[in-house]
Design a protein around this ligand. Structure first.
Ligand SMILES: Cc1cc2nc3c(=O)[nH]c(=O)nc-3n(C[C@H](O)[C@H](O)[C@H](O)COP(=O)(O)OP(=O)(O)OC[C@H]3O[C@@H](n4cnc5c(N)ncnc54)[C@H](O)[C@@H]3O)c2cc1C
Length: 413
């Protein structure tokens, strides 16, 4: 019997493995892919204690409805007669309220902050070099209404003890002299950080292999069964069965489908997003930013510049929507007039695992189960992966540091 099997080798699976081997456990990671691409590789690389508001929050529904009718909008839900989507939307609607936000913000702040420290520690003390930099992020805005939203958010951040510095256009030039920015102003969150995600992933896989973690690639798990009195059966495509003391479901956006095959309800919708990486641009900012009106993220990564955006809940259709890609590219010169996006290179896309309340699911699938779910991190999975791995490890080790009830995977059942 294997000791711990992790299904899914994205950022969440790898960080879980990292913590588990420190605790002396034997780990096997099974992935249907080959550990070279996926949501954890092409993302914007931001580690964000400033993102303490869950996606399900007041105002998001009305904004979403306005955006749904624009073919180039940054947020889109493809209307479909699909019972799972309808159930997910209803749950999203019910979660989008002030009480849910009030109960989530300190939790998210603490989770992101612990994660940032874990990345920092890994970068400094364990021989990694994945471009960790704590320069913060800039929330850039052009309009008066966006300024009002950003200042409200900054106020809330202050109340939570998160540093947020309001900058006029003039002050912004001093903070980011590397490149011209044409905006009304910005809020700088100096506590945020960024990394080069694909480098982190490659290095983490290498280090885990050196420490004895077993990697099974191109192996799809089709079903898990925890009904036996000891251990969990993991069934692979092709008929192979693996038995394990503990199983961690870190399958990202596919976790809902896998759990459905195992007769368990885990509501996760696929939130498609795109990124493009400009190679060696002549000019680039030194601080990552989010363009408020366009909902586009800009991240300097080594010599390159990554541009990412959109959230399309349209199923796993594998399509690249040219209107949304163009609107991401069009936004760049509107904020950074010196940056040329004429040759953006190939378009990458990934599926964010989105739960209806905007919080991840971290914990046993039911009380006392040896199957632990670690999925549903939506747009924050890179940022929340280290702390998720730590919580997973605590649960496997039977430590009493129980995660907040708001993270229980069975909260939806
Ligand atoms: C454009 C974009 C920008 C983003 N920017 C950021 C950002 O700046 N900061 C941030 O924190 N987050 C960001 N995100 C979100 C982040 O990328 C995800 O939340 C995160 O990568 C999810 O990690 P994961 O390990 O849960 O899932 P994944 O990385 O998707 O890994 C899941 C793995 O499970 C495997 N798998 C699935 N099903 C099975 C099965 N049945 N059997 C075997 N293997 C299986 C898959 O092959 C995959 O390798 C962004 C996402 C996008 C799309």
């Amino acid at each position: 019997m294997k000791d711990v099997v992790i299904i899914g080798g994205g950022a969440v699976g790898l960080w879980s493995a990292w913590h588990l081997i420190q605790a002396g456990r034997q780990v096997t990671i099974i992935d249907k892919g080959d550990f070279t691409d996926g949501c954890s590789y092409g993302n914007a690389g931001m580690i964000v204690p400033s993102h303490f508001i869950p996606m399900a929050s007041p105002g998001v529904i009305s904004k979403g409805i306005q955006w749904m009718f624009r073919k180039d909008s940054p947020f889109y839900i493809r209307p479909r007669l699909n019972t799972e989507l309808v159930r997910w939307l209803w749950s999203f609607y019910r979660s989008s309220n002030k009480t849910h936000v009030a109960q989530s913000i300190e939790l998210l702040r603490d989770l992101h902050t612990e994660s940032r420290e874990s990345y920092k520690n890994l970068d400094k003390n364990h021989g990694f070099d994945f471009g960790f930099q704590q320069k913060g992020i800039l929330m850039l805005y052009k309009s008066i209404s966006a300024e009002r939203d950003e200042l409200e958010m900054a106020e809330q951040a202050h109340r939570l003890g998160i540093e947020a510095v309001h900058l006029s256009a003039e002050e912004l030039r001093r903070v980011e002299p590397a490149v011209q920015i044409t905006v009304k102003g910005a809020v700088h969150y100096p506590g945020d950080a960024h990394i080069v995600p694909h480098e982190f992933m490659a290095q983490m896989i290498h280090k885990l292999k050196l420490r004895g973690v077993e990697f099974l690639q191109n192996s799809e798990v089709v079903h898990i069964d925890d009904s036996a009195s000891s251990g969990v059966d993991v069934h692979l495509y092709g008929g192979q069965r693996i038995e394990a003391r503990n199983v961690i479901v870190a399958a990202g956006t596919w976790a809902g489908k896998l759990m459905k095959e195992s007769r368990y309800y885990l509501p996760i919708q696929d939130g498609k997003g795109y990124s493009m990486t400009l190679k060696h641009p002549e000019l680039k900012p030194t601080i990552p930013s989010i363009l408020h009106e366009a909902r586009v993220a800009i991240t300097p990564m080594g010599d390159d510049l990554r541009i990412s955006g959109t959230l399309e809940i349209s199923g796993m259709d594998g399509e690249i929507n040219p209107h949304r890609v163009n609107s991401i590219l069009k936004a760049i010169p509107e904020y950074y007039p010196e940056i040329q996006t004429g040759n953006p290179g190939p378009v990458w896309y990934g599926y964010r695992p989105c739960t209806p309340d905007g919080l991840p699911c971290i914990g046993p699938m039911k009380k006392g189960s040896a199957v632990i779910i670690a999925a549903g991190h939506a747009m924050m999975g890179l940022s929340l992966a280290p702390v998720t791995g730590r919580i997973v490890c605590d649960i496997v080790q039977n430590k009493q540091r129980k995660p907040n009830n708001k993270l229980d995977p069975y909260r939806f059942s």
